[in-house]
Design a protein around this ligand. Structure first.
Ligand code: ADP
Length: 491
């Protein structure tokens, strides 16, 4: 199958969150299954072209924007460890800026920057003579590609037999924009806007656009698929998801276990497996040696880790509400790696300042350190308000780091409460979004720390879980076949 992927993020080139990991992991596995995959990404100024050997090509494509043409030079690289081609769109105007989306509010012209990416996807495919069976678009950024597929390119010889699949990684970000600005740029008549598939509450909503124009829609876990259809977690998109209900399903994200493998991870101090869990301690000892003065390096104090964007979604308020009580009593130490909203960074800095040896905070984005923290910690917390899938808890399971999570979205699909009677289960969960429910889950989790039998069992249960991206890659291929069937093709 020829699969054309268009996305705003892809690991390792440009990553803010799970979207990037999933785009890369799926492509890798489709390639391994024998499919022909190509990825289109913006060439952000922050991408290290030397490190990833990304080179300019001679291809310059013209991209229709409104009644004029804009131009982009195409750069080419490959997904590391594979020969999956990745095409990067050069645009001084759109992409030569700090970061990906612009912190913290997002660039005012993000609609236009990503409209350009969505439209250029077709022109780049044409320039390489690629005939895609599937266009796979991710989140609001590239949702317009699905509208283009069903309109401007509907009878184009190259795309007339292409099906469009839209994957929702986070419905909270919908990409809203002024119809008078965006529709003319996208080549649609603004007169036809009201009541159209672009219109949600009187503005263009890119998330809705993707949902309405795609042949099939997926989201990143079965529980999140239910939540966004039936509850306010759908953030206004519920009616559209129900309208498209027969074409919508949840496919659980998977981890790239070649990147996240404690037996061979180059970013950690000591590698280990379920059979050599004692070596995991060396990671913790190293982390303590880096951060805590000698007199307080007590290895017996459990370490609770977190690696996260610092936003309301991630339940930082719950963490702030109960961290101090555990730190002060000395029953746990916290190691947090995160970046995001200033108010959370400040509040965490304040607590870390008050308990410098019990609350260790790294702000910023650091991929290698995220491996180190996950390997070193005894527990990993994710008290998310909502969580489409979540990858960090999946990584933690593989690293024998016990997850403590709120049972929402993909967290509910990947972490089972430990049952000391049956000795089944992989972590600790709570439902109510409250500090007390979270603190209670931490208490429960800590109570097993000094029970070698249960402690060993919980960690081994987690390490045996298989949430490999290979599985989800195969499920996506089934979805693609189903999408092609919908447009009258059998592949
Ligand atoms: P989301 O996509 O909502 O951010 P996920 O759990 O799906 O949440 O994916 C988050 C990804 O980003 C994981 O790979 C996690 O390790 C990584 N990550 C988050 N914050 C940081 C950070 N500050 N430094 C390094 N990696 C981070």
């Amino acid at each position: 199958m020829n699969i054309l992927v268009t996305a705003a993020e892809c690991t390792p080139f440009a990553k803010i969150g799970g979207l990037a990991d999933v785009v890369a992991a799926l492509a890798k596995h489709w390639h391994a299954l024998g499919h022909n995959v190509r990825i289109i990404l913006p060439k952000y100024a922050t991408i290290d072209t030397d490190r990833w050997e990304i080179k300019p090509t001679h291809i310059v494509v013209s991209v229709p924007m409104g009644w004029w043409q804009e131009y982009t030079r195409v750069w080419r690289g490959v997904l590391p460890g594979t020969d999956v081609p990745v095409y990067f769109l050069e645009s001084h105007d759109y992409y030569d800026r700090p970061g990906i989306y612009g912190d913290p509010e997002g660039y005012a012209d993000n609609d236009r920057r990503f409209l350009f990416l969505s439209r250029a996807t077709f022109e780049v495919a044409s320039s390489m003579d690629f005939v895609p069976d599937i266009i796979h678009a991710h989140d609001w950024h590239t949702a317009f590609a699905l509208a283009f597929l069903k309109s401007h390119y509907r009878y184009h010889p190259r795309f007339a037999r292409t099906a469009g699949v839209f994957t929702i990684h986070n419905i909270a970000y919908q990409g809203q924009s002024d119809p008078y600005r965006v529709l003319p740029l996208a080549g649609f008549r603004v007169e036809e806007f009201h009541g159209s598939w672009f219109d949600h509450d009187g503005v263009v909503n890119m998330m809705k656009t993707g949902i309405m124009f795609a042949d099939k829609i997926t989201t990143v876990s079965p529980t999140y698929a239910r939540e966004i259809r039936w509850t306010s977690a759908g953030m206004g998109m519920q009616p559209y998801l129900n309208l498209r209900g027969a074409d919508f399903l949840g496919v659980l994200n998977g981890a790239d276990y070649t990147e996240w493998d404690p037996t061979s991870d180059p970013h950690i101090v000591a590698t280990y497996s379920a059979e050599s869990l004692a070596s995991k301690e060396a990671n913790k000892a190293a982390l303590l040696a880096e951060t805590v003065p000698p007199h307080d390096r007590i290895v017996e104090v459990p370490v609770i880790g977190m690696v996260s964007r610092l936003t309301q979604q991630k339940g930082i308020d719950l963490l702030l509400g109960c961290m101090e009580q555990f730190a002060r009593s000395g029953r746990a130490r916290f190691v947090i790696l995160g970046s995001g909203e200033r108010r959370y960074e400040h509040a965490l800095h304040l607590l870390a300042h008050r308990h410098p040896t019990r609350i260790i905070l790294y702000t910023g984005y650091n991929s290698a350190l995220s491996h180190h923290v996950i390997a070193s910690a005894d527990y990993l917390v994710m008290p998310s308000l909502f969580e489409p899938c979540g990858l960090t808890q999946i990584y933690a399971l593989r690293y024998g780091t016990v997850p403590i999570v709120r049972a929402t979205g993909g967290l509910a699909d990947t972490v089972q409460e430990y049952n000391p009677v049956t000795t089944e289960g992989t972590g600790f969960t709570f439902r109510e979004y409250s500090v007390s429910a979270f603190a209670h889950a931490i208490e429960r989790a800590l109570s097993y720390y000094r029970h070698p039998f249960h402690w060993d069992r919980i960690r081994r249960n987690g390490m045996q879980q298989d949430f490999s991206a290979a599985k989800s890659a195969q499920q996506y291929i089934d979805v693609f076949r189903w999408a092609l069937e919908k447009i009258g093709r059998v592949v």
